[in-house]
Design a protein around this ligand. Sequence first.
Ligand code: DAH
Length: 344
Amino acid sequence: MAIKEQLLQIKEEAKVAIENTSSMHELNDVKATFLGKKSAFNDIMKSMKDLSKEERPIVGKETNLAKRDIQLWIDEKRQTLHDLEVKKQIEEETVDVTMPGKVFHVGTTHLLTQITDEIEDVFIGMGYEVMEGPEIEIDEYNFEKLNLPKNHPARDMQDTFYIDDTLLLRTHTSPVQVRTMLDKGGKEPVKIICPGKVYRRDEDDATHSHQFMQIEGLVVDKDTTMADLKGTLLMIAREMFGQDRDIRLRPSYFPFTEPSVEVDVSCHNCNGKGCHICKHTGWIEVLGAGMVHNNVLEASGYDSSIYQGFAFGVGVERIAMLKYKINDIRQFYTNDIRFNRQFK
Ligand code: DAH
């Protein structure tokens, strides 16, 4: 067969092969067959030596032209295949906006955290600092410097987990009062709240938990009075139970305050008329408070002839239970997700 016809035949075969490819992979194979090292063109180049001087350049040129055409077709086909692939990909990635979505369950902060955060916000707004103290505390700060020396009968009010003679799990957040006053060195005024966990050796039941949360408040300055305490307590009561609430103070006893008061808030459930929540009295006991005892001020470096202070302590679970009519304190600690989800 004349070389010219041979070239035409190769081109024709290549054209068909290229047209029949349906993937880049196949196209690469076709390219290797027709333009690679072992292609039919190579056989033609080898047989050039048998040609006359005049024929050689002509055949060489024809061969190159044929190769160039094949390369062109391959390039065109490559572009076509590429466009098809992109189109297919776009089709596959189309979002069907009518499909039902996946449901993601977003968690929520714990109810106790929510209440603590709310109360913190109110006090921060009034210029209070938020302090924290350790849950493992020394006897000296948990009791002694709060006017509760060893063997004081009032220690029985708080059944204590002792670690050894000097270390214990704090039974209230009041030791943070001591820590803060000592820090301030008996000179600066103090205006703090301290939220945190506390521990008592109680049997767990619907109203007792060996671990619970308190928020302590302490203000010490040169002209702090019982009126300041009362105003502050009224504000907390309204913040927690609504702006229509009233408070009343009843005389009480805490070793670290003198005078001490128990604070009642008018019942948010019946508006003071009497219901099962307020045990038909119209009032609910919510927290303890008082004017800081001189011994407590002095024990932490404050001159009680110059400084006075007030303090209060609130149980966070109790507030939450009253507000949301929760009848078992253990609900806060068993982490039943159905309980937690109710307070989103
Ligand atoms: N620490 C007391 C308790 O846990 C609560 C308390 C009462 C704190 C009166 C105070 C206070 O700061 O003034 O029972």
